[in-house]
Design a protein around this ligand. Structure first.
Ligand code: NAD
Length: 341
């Protein structure tokens, strides 16, 4: 079976390429080798895959496109900060690149059976909801500046004053991206409206970890920055009180879910959260990573807050669990996989 993987030189895409080849599938990749990420093609590129180093916006497809049976679309320019600096480029690469890919597939891919779009939790933006434990009162994710200034970092019930609990976000929550990167990922999703060539599934990824993550990149996620600090024997610097909940998913689970969709004949929901569904506090994640690395370094709570930051992020992994046939790994189970090959 011939699979097209866009973004196949990237962190997640390269693991997907390896997994497809290990399963006897033929992997074809399109990747622009974005100059802000790479000085040269990364060493881990798989010699058994076929690469077209081109930007989707201008890609002139090769004859093999006619034989492609399934597509995993991962090509995207990432990073909230970068999207703020160059919104036109990021929107055109992510949304324009997706629109052009779908146009080419419709024109050149008569055998296409499945399309998987790899999207992001960033489309949910501030759409998280909370519940007050004693009353069941439902609350939004907003926090008051006076609470934050006073070092009260949780979401509180205005009625009882108690700390509200985050409700794991489900796929039917309305997208409310807060910034340009999230907006561009939602635009990618919207590009699928009216796409009728084959069944399409949107995978919304929480934050992914695994080998080949870029720790020292200016766009590194908090987990990547923590790994970078620890590997330099420095204490990770955490804002607020370090008790923020995050939901990290192992790249191997992302890959397995994607391969199942690409190769399986079964129907799948149109949108699937790809997350662990297990709440992990930032300071605990630091300790778990330090243990995995074998270093004795504790996080430094530097206090303060960044306006607009979400207190907690947590996904509902019910659909993913049913796709995988098992629960995804929790960060506690997978922390050491950050440092593997
Ligand atoms: N890594 C995460 O934590 C995370 C979380 C949520 C969603 N995602 C999504 O998963 C996908 C893969 O993420 P990643 O972490 O592997 O990113 P990455 O930056 O490592 O890989 C993306 C690849 O896409 C390529 N690319 C970018 N724009 C392109 C274009 N217009 N044409 C061709 N190639 C292009 C880049 O050169 C890069 O190799 C992305 O769509 C991203 O939005 C990732």
């Amino acid at each position: 079976m011939k699979i097209l993987i866009t973004g196949g030189a990237g962190f997640v895409g390269s693991h997907l390429v390896d997994a497809c080849l290990e399963r006897g599938l033929e992997a074809y990749c399109v990747d622009s080798l974005d100059a802000q990420i790479y000085e040269r093609p990364p060493d881990y590129l798989n010699p058994e895959a076929r690469y077209s180093f081109a930007d989707l916006r201008h890609w002139q497809p090769a004859p093999w496109l006619e034989e492609i049976e399934a597509v995993a679309h991962l090509a995207a320019l990432g990073g909230v900060a970068r999207a703020g600096r160059e919104p036109a480029n990021v929107i055109s690469a992510n949304a324009g690149g997706t629109a052009r890919l779908l146009e080419l597939l419709t024109r050149h891919c008569p055998r296409l059976r499945r399309f998987v779009l790899v999207s992001s939790f960033s489309v949910y933006g501030s759409g998280y909801s909370y519940v007050a434990p004693s009353t069941g009162e439902e609350l939004g994710a907003d926090r008051r500046t006076e609470d934050l200034e006073a070092g009260r970092f949780e979401v509180y019930s205005p009625e009882t004053g108690e700390i509200a609990r985050i409700v794991p976000i489900r796929e039917d929550a309305p997208p409310q991206p807060l910034e340009i990167y999230g907006a561009s990922k939602y635009m990618q999703e919207l590009c699928l409206r009216g796409f009728a060539l084959c069944p399409a599934t949107i995978l919304r990824l929480s934050s992914v970890y695994g080998s080949r993550m870029r720790w020292h990149d200016s766009e590194a996620t908090i987990l990547g920055r923590i790994a970078g600090w620890l590997s330099e024997q420095r204490s990770p610097e955490l804002l607020e009180d370090g008790r923020q909940i995050r939901d990290w998913v192992w790249a191997g689970d992302v890959v397995e879910a994607t391969v199942k969709l690409l190769t399986g004949a079964q129907e799948a929901p149109p949108v699937i959260n790809v997350c662990s569904g297990v709440p992990t506090h930032l300071d605990d994640a630091c300790r778990q990573m330090a243990a995995a690395l074998g270093v004795d370094i504790s996080p430094a709570l530097v206090g303060g807050y960044r306006p607009g930051d979400m207190r907690h992020c947590l996904g509902d992994a019910t659909r993913l669990t049913s796709l995988l046939g098992r629960p995804p790994l929790s960060f506690r189970q997978g922390a050491d996989k950050m440092f593997g090959a």
